[in-house]
Design a protein around this ligand. Structure first.
Ligand code: SAH
Length: 466
C-alpha cells in the first residue's frame, strides 16, 4: 500500500486553496461540504468559486500566492495551472510538515484525494494511489449503482438508534444481530421506500419488545424482466441478493436465476398452460407462511408482476395478513420483445396507441371487444396468444383489419435464442406451424412491425424469418 487511507476532520479548520479557476472550484465544493473554512488565494477568482467562499464564510485574497499564506492552516491545496506556483506551494507546505495536495501532480503531493461515493454519513473513498485515476473512477461508478441512494438516510437512522441499542443489548453479538437484521430487513426497506417515520417506529417497537423477539419476514414481489439479465432493475438485483427463499416460475430465465443469492432456497412454482404445477391459491398461502416464519421471501416473476402476472392476487393475501411487502416493476415482455426485435410500439405515422391483451380468448371471450381490437391506428400486443393464434387473426380480419396487416411473433424474446417471425394476419398462423415455435412467444400486430427491417439490432445472426 503506497498511501495510508485516512478521513480528515475539517469542520471550521482553515484550509488554504491556491488557485481561482475550474479545478479550484471543484476542490472548494468538496472542501466546503466537509465544513472547511476556505482561504482562497489567486489573482482572479471565478464567480462560482467566489459564491462558495461567500456562502461558507471563507476568505478571498485576490493576489499572487505568498509564503506566509500558509500560516495557521491545517491543509494546503494547490490548484493553479502554473507549475512553478504549484511547486512553490508544495515546497513551503512540506517545509512546515503540512499535508499538501497539488492537483494532477502526484510527485508534489503528500496527500492525494480519492474518488468518492457520498452517502453521508457513509462515505466510500477509492484510490489508485494516483496511478490509474480513470480506473478508480470506474470502480466508483460501479459502486454508485450498487449502493442505493438512500443509504445515507439508513445510516442516519442507525445513528439515531445507536445509544438505545447499546442500552437494550448488553452483548456485542446481540447488537450485531440486531443491526444486521435492521440494515437489510424491513426497516431498511421502509427507508428505501421513503417511509422513514415508519422505519423509526418499527425499530422502536423491536427495541421495546423482548430482546430475543424473532424478526418479522417480508415478501418482495419482483419483476425479473423478459429474459436478458441485464434488463433487471437495480432494485430487483438488490432484493434478489438478500432474499433467503425464492419462489420462481417457468418464465424466469436461468440467467436471471443465476443472480439470486447462492445460498437461497429455491422453490419452483412454475405454471404451464392447463397443467398447474402449484395452484395459485397455494402460492399465495406459501408466501404468507414463509414470511410468518421470519423469512425474507422473493417472489420472482417473468416480465412485470402487474402485467398478466397475477401479482395483484399474490399481494392481496399478504396485505390481508399484515405482512410487509413491496413490488418491484420489471420490463414487460411487450417492451423487451419490441425493443430487441426493432419494433417501436408506437410511431407518429403508424400507431397512436398500443394495447396489451391476453390471447386466452376462451376464458375471456365475453369481454373481448373485437371492433376495439381491430382499430387501425393502434398496435396490438398479444400475450399468451400462440394457442389461439388462428382464431385471433380470423377475428381481427372479420372486424376490419386488413389481411395484409403485418404481424411479428417473437419467440424467447431478449434471450440469445430469440427468433422473430414476420408475416401478416392472413399467413402468420401457417408460418408458425411450419417453423415449429415454442413458448414463450409474443405477438405484435400493426403497421409498426414493418419498421423491424430497418431497426433490428439485437443478435444480428439470430433468425428473422421474413
Ligand atoms: N408478467 C409477464 C407476462 C406473463 S404472461 C410480463 O410482464 O411479461 C406470459 C406470457 O408473456 C407468455 O405467454 C408470452 O406471451 C409472454 N412472454 C413473457 N416472456 C416472454 C419472452 N421472453 N418472449 C416472448 N414472450 C414472452
Amino acid at each position: 500500500m503506497q498511501y495510508f487511507p485516512l478521513f480528515m476532520q475539517l469542520r471550521n479548520q482553515r484550509v488554504l486553496l491556491v488557485g481561482g479557476g475550474d479545478i479550484a472550484t471543484r476542490k472548494a465544493r468538496l472542501l466546503s461540504k466537509a465544513g472547511a473554512h476556505l482561504v482562497v488565494v489567486a489573482p482572479a477568482i471565478e464567480s462560482e468559486l467566489e459564491a462558495i467562499v461567500v456562502a461558507t464564510g471563507g476568505e478571498m485574497h485576490r493576489r499572487e500566492y505568498q509564503h506566509d499564506d500558509i500560516n495557521g492552516v491545517v491543509l494546503v491545496v494547490a490548484a493553479t495551472d502554473i507549475a512553478a506556483v504549484n511547486k512553490q506551494v508544495s515546497i513551503d507546505a512540506q517545509a512546515r510538515h503540512l499535508p499538501v495536495n497539488v492537483v494532477d501532480s502526484p510527485a508534489l503531493c503528500t496527500v492525494i484525494t480519492p474518488a468518492i461515493v457520498d452517502r453521508s454519513p457513509l462515505v466510500i473513498a477509492i484510490s489508485s494511489g494516483g496511478e490509474a485515476p480513470v480506473l478508480a473512477r470506474m470502480v466508483r461508478a460501479k459502486l454508485e449503482t450498487l449502493i442505493p441512494a438512500s443509504y445515507g438516510r439508513l445510516a442516519a437512522l442507525a445513528s439515531r438508534f445507536r445509544e438505545r441499542v447499546k442500552q437494550t443489548f448488553s452483548s456485542a453479538d446481540e447488537r450485531r444481530r440486531f443491526w444486521e437484521d435492521t440494515l437489510q430487513g424491513p426497516a431498511a426497506e421502509l427507508i428505501f421506500s421513503g417511509r422513514d417515520a415508519d422505519a423509526e417506529q418499527l425499530l422502536q417497537a423491536r427495541l421495546s419488545a423482548s430482546a430475543n423477539d424473532t424478526c418479522q419476514g417480508e415478501v418482495y414481489l419482483v419483476g425479473g424482466g423478459p429474459g436478458d439479465p441485464e434488463l433487471l432493475t437495480l432494485k430487483a438485483l438488490r432484493l434478489m441478493q438478500q432474499a433467503e427463499v425464492v419462489l420462481y416460475d417457468r418464465l424466469v430465465s436461468p440467467e436471471v436465476m443465476e443472480l439470486v443469492r447462492r445460498d437461497a432456497e429455491r422453490i419452483y412454482v412454475g405454471k404451464r398452460r392447463s397443467e398447474h404445477a402449484v395452484e395459485q391459491t397455494a402460492i399465495n398461502q406459501m408466501l404468507v407462511n414463509l414470511a410468518r416464519e421470519g423469512k425474507r421471501v422473493l417472489r420472482l416473476k417473468g416480465g412485470d408482476p402487474f402485467i398478466f402476472g397475477r401479482g395483484g392476487e399474490e399481494i392481496e393475501l399478504l396485505a390481508e395478513n399484515n405482512i410487509p411487502f413491496q413490488v418491484v416493476p420489471g420490463i414487460t415482455a411487450a417492451s423487451g420483445c419490441a425493443a430487441y426485435a426493432g419494433i417501436p410500439l408506437t410511431h407518429r405515422d403508424y400507431a397512436q396507441s398500443v394495447r396489451f391483451v391476453t390471447g386466452h380468448l376462451k376464458t375471456n371471450n365475453a369481454n373481448l371487444s373485437w371492433p376495439e381490437l381491430a382499430r387501425v391506428d393502434q398496435t396490438l400486443v398479444i400475450y399468451m396468444g400462440l394457442i389461439e393464434l388462428e382464431a385471433i387473426c380470423a377475428g381481427l380480419i372479420q372486424h376490419g383489419r386488413l389481411p395484409t396487416t403485418p404481424v411479428a411473433l417473437i419467440e424467447k424474446g431478449t434471450t440469445r435464442e430469440q427468433r422473430v417471425i414476420v408475416s401478416d394476419l392472413a399467413n402468420i398462423a401457417r408460418r408458425v406451424v411450419a417453423e415449429s415455435v415454442s413458448a414463450p412467444t409474443l405477438l405484435i400486430i400493426g403497421e409498426v412491425v414493418k419498421l423491424h427491417r430497418q431497426l433490428s439490432w439485437f443478435a444480428p445472426d439470430a433468425p428473422v424469418i421474413d
